[in-house]
Design a protein around this ligand. Structure first.
Ligand SMILES: [Zn+2]
Length: 380
């Protein structure tokens, strides 16, 4: 909003500074955490930065209240994916404003939502309204890679009050998302024995061993009834690597498998199933050697749509519709704190991770209004 009476950053400048902080996994989150800390300070809000490995950071602000109602947690992530190979019309980390939009990596996922949440919290605090429940704001590291920041945050949950609910300001274009699938990334590696390939019988070809596994996976199906909102579990082999030189029998080959799971599925059971396939291949072939390891996993998430939190949230937004999505978030980690989790924020989800990512400035303002109304609904 032009002319908003702050000497501090305007909302647009906050978003631009966050984009310019370039929080890829290489650079880390510390610069963005500092931007938010300064921004909160302008409204007299103290925040704490949890900093590790030099560049990694979470930031948490806790606005205390009379405490007669349960609190509300806004859970954001600071990191972004890299800009990718495709050319960008506007450089990804300069935060160019044009035609009512701000362009840049992270503008949608999720520095736009983070900006709207920080701004809404500032405006509530500056208005002097008496809160009956605490606001907790967290923006964490590593959501796009290994959820390290979310895990650090929930690990230290003792200091948190009871929660009425958790709002994740990821871009949903203001749709209320209450469920998503889980993710299980597995690496399967075969071991062989190197030999000069003029005499391949002297070696064990790890690529041949992998071929046996791929043949098995071709007909393998994870047995589970489709979920009523999220549909089926899916599996896709997306990486293969093996062999180094044209004249050497390869002694190692590995594949990466992306499995998307639905509520009720046990990740351990899927791994055990896969292990059985490897054991079976080993029984028929003593030279066959393979192992499976977990590269990353995120649980699925399902919030009860009939819960009071979701119902009240819907009434603030003015809809009775909730939605399930295919992508994952840090939501399951925050759900472990005990409050129902809703994903809701500004920005078009299809622009996530794309070149020319942008957010409409009008959506930022809309986001601030929704978040303010949500705070007033649950905490006053
Ligand atoms: Zn995100």
């Amino acid at each position: 909003m032009e002319g908003w009476p702050y000497n501090g950053l305007t909302m647009k400048e906050l978003l631009k500074n966050l984009i310019q902080a370039e929080t890829t996994s290489e650079k880390g989150e510390i610069a963005a955490a500092e931007v938010i800390s300064v921004e909160f300070q302008r409204s007299g809000i103290d925040s704490g930065i949890d900093n590790w490995d030099q560049t990694r950071a979470n930031i948490v602000a806790h606005i205390k209240s009379a405490g007669s109602r349960a609190g509300l947690l806004f859970a954001c992530h600071l990191d972004v994916v890299g800009p990718g190979e495709a050319p960008w019309k506007h450089p990804p980390f300069t935060a160019v404003e044009s035609d009512g939009k701000i362009y840049g990596r992270g503008s949608v996922d999720m520095k736009g939502g983070t900006t709207a949440a920080v701004t809404a919290i500032r405006r509530i605090v500056d208005s002097g309204v008496k809160l009956q429940g605490d606001i907790i704001f967290a923006a964490v590291a590593g959501e796009e890679t290994d959820s390290v920041g979310a895990r650090r945050f929930v690990h230290d949950k003792g200091r948190l009050p009871g929660l009425a609910g958790v709002v994740i300001p990821e871009p949903t274009d203001f749709e209320i998302v209450t469920a998503h699938r889980g993710m299980l990334w597995l690496e399967v590696t075969t071991k062989g024995k190197a030999a000069h390939s003029s005499a391949p019988r002297l070696g064990v070809n790890a690529i041949n061993s992998m071929r046996l596994i791929l043949n098995e996976l071709n007909s393998y199906e994870i047995k589970v009834e489709p979920h009523k909102l999220l549909g089926a579990c899916s599996m896709s082999v997306n990486i293969i690597a093996g062999g180094k030189t044209m004249n050497v029998v390869p002694d190692k080959c590995s594949i990466g498998i992306d499995i998307r799971t639905i509520p009720g599925q046990d990740h351990q059971a899927i791994i055990a199933d896969l292990q059985k396939i490897l054991d079976k291949l080993r029984t028929g072939n003593k030279q066959f050697e393979a192992s499976v390891s977990v590269r990353r996993q995120v649980k699925s998430m399902e919030t009860d749509c009939s819960s009071e939190f979701v119902q009240d949230f819907c009434s603030v937004v003015g809809t009775d519709k909730t939605k399930a999505v295919g992508y994952t978030t840090d939501g399951p980690y925050f759900a472990s704190l005990g409050g129902p989790v809703v994903i809701f924020g500004p920005g078009k989800p299809h622009l996530c991770h794309k070149p020319a990512e942008y957010i409409d400035i009008s959506d930022l303002e809309k986001g601030v209004e929704y978040y303010k109304n949500i705070i007033l609904k649950f905490l006053t």
